[in-house]
Design a protein around this ligand. Structure first.
Ligand SMILES: CC(=O)N[C@H]1[C@@H](OP(=O)(O)OP(=O)(O)OC[C@H]2O[C@@H](n3ccc(=O)[nH]c3=O)[C@H](O)[C@@H]2O)O[C@H](CO)[C@@H](O)[C@@H]1O[C@H](C)C(=O)N[C@@H](C)C(=O)N[C@H](CCC(=O)O)C(=O)O
Ligand SMILES: Nc1ncnc2c1ncn2[C@@H]1O[C@H](COP(=O)(O)OP(=O)(O)OP(=O)(O)O)[C@@H](O)[C@H]1O
Ligand SMILES: N[C@H](CCC[C@H](N)C(=O)O)C(=O)O
Ligand SMILES: [Mg+2]
Length: 470
């Protein structure tokens, strides 16, 4: 690609001396600049890309794209660097998302689970999300649930020879920060909206608006119409709906126990009988989202039923360990709605006590903490509060935010060391008890201050009880 070509993509003005220069690569990180690269300077939450322009040119960057070019040579000024970066990346990498069927899944909870369910249904497919990206025999970790546009395009390019479908999680931050600019989505899915990220969005209205802005006029969509935001996304002729009330896909019968869900779904008048290994009533929603998306692409009923019935589990989502009649469950619930849903499910399954171990992430929405505490108060018998990823916050203050939502103080035990807290819960558990370990799910690290340490909830249970998850 010649640099001059970007003029037609997002109306940037490129000076004559740069127009015929060959672009060798794109990056938004000065540390990754190589000779002939275009460096996109982004004004971020922590720092400003403009501070690294000298570094980029010292590494022989061809040009910089920035929102503020004053006094900088070889700088191309953009109104919105991130938006342009996505459009340019899409062009530079030759529109890899267009040749795949990319399905974008947004909503507060259920995104990761839905992508895994879809991957099990579609043979040549890949996923991109919280647990990394996977296709064929490749499995790689990611820093964010939804990566920046350049990284996304590179992932699509890498996947292209192996897959026909890519199921990706679209976080609200990805929408707000234009990480998905230039990506061609064949289908969009909306799971639900409940509280999270109010540190960033301030109000639920802003958060809902960000999520809803993912859906443009002519996008085909699969939506949960039991959710008020989902309902508002309905567009005649472009929508498949699911929910417990009047929808294209709805359950006519369900039962569940510690081994999973038995489900009869009405799918456009046809009955789908599914025996799922997934626990939890809310997983009926995730299953319906996956069924709706599969039906949209014309997958056969038998294939959908067979795949969903043999699908085992999503890493770190209601992953269970059983030892002498006691059960421990590791789950990624890190919002009050998720904590409520998971504990409601486990309450119904526990023959004896429900013991919960959890904390809350630092440098994230503070107002969800007392609500998470209240959900635990209402549903668990014993509440062990511990550290999640405290990041740069004082762990004692995070814990006291959670305690503020708990009125039965006699239920509370505080143990900041997550491993000790978990062991305490496992040690005190008796036959028929369930120990719910929430918040970190598949994570294999703990962030304390600016440091990332190895930590894996599942590993702690596995080693302490000497059992594998079921
Ligand atoms: C608030 C937020 O979303 N931040 C993301 C954002 O950082 P930022 O734009 O603030 O970047 P910054 O650190 O201020 O740096 C500004 C620019 O300078 C550049 N830089 C910086 C240093 C240097 O030496 N050279 C250089 O060029 C950086 O590459 C960047 O382009 O861009 C970074 C690069 O893509 C992201 O990794 C980072 O995610 C941080 C780690 C994060 O915690 N994000 C969370 C809130 C998030 O996005 N979460 C959602 C999931 C939410 C959910 O589903 O619940 C997600 O999609 O992951
Ligand atoms: N449909 C659902 N409705 C409500 N809660 C759910 C639903 N699906 C999953 N959960 C709960 O939310 C947690 C996270 O689920 P999942 O990882 O599938 O969601 P996500 O949307 O990908 O989350 P994240 O925003 O962190 O990427 C689960 O561990 C479970 O506790
Ligand atoms: N995607 C979520 C993950 C939260 C996981 C929890 N363990 C935490 O660190 O808060 C977020 O960025 O808010
Ligand atoms: Mg996720």
């Amino acid at each position: 690609m010649l640099l001059g070509e970007i003029e037609k993509i997002c109306n940037l003005q490129v000076s004559e001396n740069l127009k015929n220069k060959e672009v060798k690569g794109l990056t938004y990180d000065s540390r990754k600049v190589q000779e002939g690269f275009v460096f996109f300077s982004i004004k971020g939450q922590k720092t400003d890309g403009n501070l690294f322009i000298d570094e980029a040119f010292s590494k022989k960057a061809l040009a910089v794209v920035s929102q503020d070019c004053s006094g900088i040579n070889n700088c191309i000024e953009a109104k919105d660097t991130r938006k342009c970066m996505g459009e340019i990346a899409n062009y530079f990498y030759k529109e890899p998302s267009k040749s795949l069927n990319v399905v974008g899944i947004t909503g507060t909870n259920g995104k990761t689970t839905t992508t895994y369910l879809l991957k099990s249904i579609f043979e040549k497919s890949g996923i991109i999300g919280t647990t990394g990206y996977y296709f064929d025999s490749i499995a790689k970790k990611l820093d964010n649930t939804t990566p920046e546009s350049i990284d996304l395009n590179e992932i699509f390019l890498e996947m292209k020879p192996f897959v026909n479908y890519a199921f990706m999680e679209v976080s609200s931050h990805a929408i707000t920060f234009e990480r998905i600019s230039g990506i061609d989505f064949k289908l969009k899915v909306f799971t639900n909206l409940s509280q999270d990220h109010l540190d960033f969005y301030q109000t639920m209205e802003n958060y809902a608006k960000a999520k809803a802005s993912f859906f443009k006029d002519n996008d085909f969509r699969v939506i949960n119409t039991d959710d008020y935001v989902g309902k508002s996304l309905f567009k005649k002729g472009y929508t498949i709906t699911y929910g417990f009330q009047s929808a294209d896909i709805y359950p006519t019968h369900y039962e569940f126990d510690i081994n999973g869900l038995y489900l009869k779904l009405n799918v456009f008048g046809d009955t789908y009988e599914i025996n799922s290994h997934l626990l939890g009533l809310y997983n009926i929603y995730n299953i319906m989202a996956a069924v709706g998306s599969s039906v949209y692409f014309g997958v056969s009923k038998s294939r959908i039923i067979q795949a969903l019935s043999s699908f085992k589990n999503v890493p770190g989502r209601l992953e269970k360990f059983i030892k002498e009649g006691r059960c421990a469950v590791v789950d990624y619930a890190h919002t009050d709605d998720a904590v409520k849903n998971v504990l409601t499910t486990l309450r119904q399954l526990a023959k004896n006590r429900l013991i919960v171990v959890f904390g809350a992430g630092g440098d994230r929405d503070k107002t969800k903490r007392p609500k998470m505490g209240k959900a635990a108060n209402d549903l668990a018998d014993i509440i062990i509060i511990t550290n999640d990823n405290p990041r740069t916050e004082d762990p004692d203050l995070i814990i006291s935010d959670i305690v503020n939502g708990i009125y039965n103080h006699e239920k509370i035990i505080i143990e900041k060391d997550r491993k000790l807290a978990m062991i305490k819960a496992l040690e005190m558990s008796k036959e028929g008890d369930i120990v719910a370990i929430l918040g970190k799910g598949h994570e294999d690290y703990q962030i304390i201050g600016d440091k990332k340490y190895h930590f894996d909830d599942r590993e702690v249970v596995r080693n302490f009880w000497n059992v594998e998850s079921k």
